[in-house]
Design a protein around this ligand. Structure first.
Ligand SMILES: [Zn+2]
Length: 255
């Protein structure tokens, strides 16, 4: 898909999704509603007008400061909006067909939301994981992979594997090794990707997490935000999963 007008619409829609993700990221970990109340300045608590809520443009026009109290607006807001735009444009360029592209864009947005909340607060909101699981199962009825049965098998397989790892890990390390959020999140990944690609996600996510976060974790004693790396792994598998499985089958298994 490369029609410039269509891509422009997608970019605008993705920016709006990013804007909504900002609300989710700020409010869901605290258990707040994403519908009410309207956005306010974090410092002076003034309710924002519609023209202060336009993705990217408002931040640029306000030069990153509140119009009344002058306090800094976190750069996270425009960055999340930009990421939303890139995810939606990227998905429709990368995937062939409307439904796989839409599914990829929704899945990518959920993964991004999960990565940010987990990185900031070690929380994966149920709205992302369980809500995403329902969306993943629903998308399996649309044209493309996986089929509804395979989607369900993927969700159940991941849930069982992650649950097993959590139980064994807690027994081995005498403390919780995996959070419930990680388990529910992987059930969602299984529903979107099917069992094989979802298991590959656990492998890739663990590997990237160990390489990237291992040294930091050992040095600072910080807890691993595993959801961040699972989300990264899922995004990698979403884009290159078929190529990775193909490479493995020909090189390693020689068939
Ligand atoms: Zn203010």
């Amino acid at each position: 898909m490369s029609d410039p007008l269509l891509l422009t619409y997608l970019a605008l829609f993705g920016l709006a999704v990013g804007s909504f993700l900002n609300v989710c990221i700020a409010r869901l970990p605290a258990g707040g509603s994403v519908v009410k109340p309207r956005s306010r300045c974090m410092s002076c608590d003034r309710q924002l007008t519609w023209y202060e809520n336009i993705p990217l443009l408002s931040y640029l026009a306000l030069r990153g400061r509140c119009r009344t109290c002058g306090s800094r607006i976190s750069v996270r807001y425009p960055l999340v909006e930009l990421a939303g735009g890139l995810i939606w444009v990227g998905a429709f360029i990368h995937f062939n067909g409307f439904w796989p592209a839409l599914s990829g864009a929704v899945f990518g947005s959920l993964l991004f939301g999960i990565a940010v909340t987990d990185a900031r607060e070690y929380i994966i909101p149920d709205e992302f994981s369980v809500g995403g699981l329902i969306l993943g199962l629903a998308f399996s009825f649309a044209p493309g992979k996986p089929t509804p049965l395979w989607s369900l098998v993927g969700a159940l397989t991941c849930f069982a594997v992650m649950y097993g790892v959590a139980v064994v890990g807690e027994w081995a390390f005498k403390k919780p090794a995996l959070g419930g959020g990680d388990i529910k999140m992987m059930a969602m990944v299984g529903a979107f990707l099917g069992p094989w690609h979802a298991l590959l996600t656990i492998f890739v996510g663990s590997l990237v997490g160990a390489v990237v976060f291992g040294p930091i974790g050992l040095k600072t004693g910080k807890l691993v935000p595993f959801g961040v790396f699972l989300a990264l792994g899922a995004a990698i598998v979403l884009i290159w999963g078929d190529a990775m499985v193909g490479w493995y089958v020909t090189r390693m298994l020689g068939v």
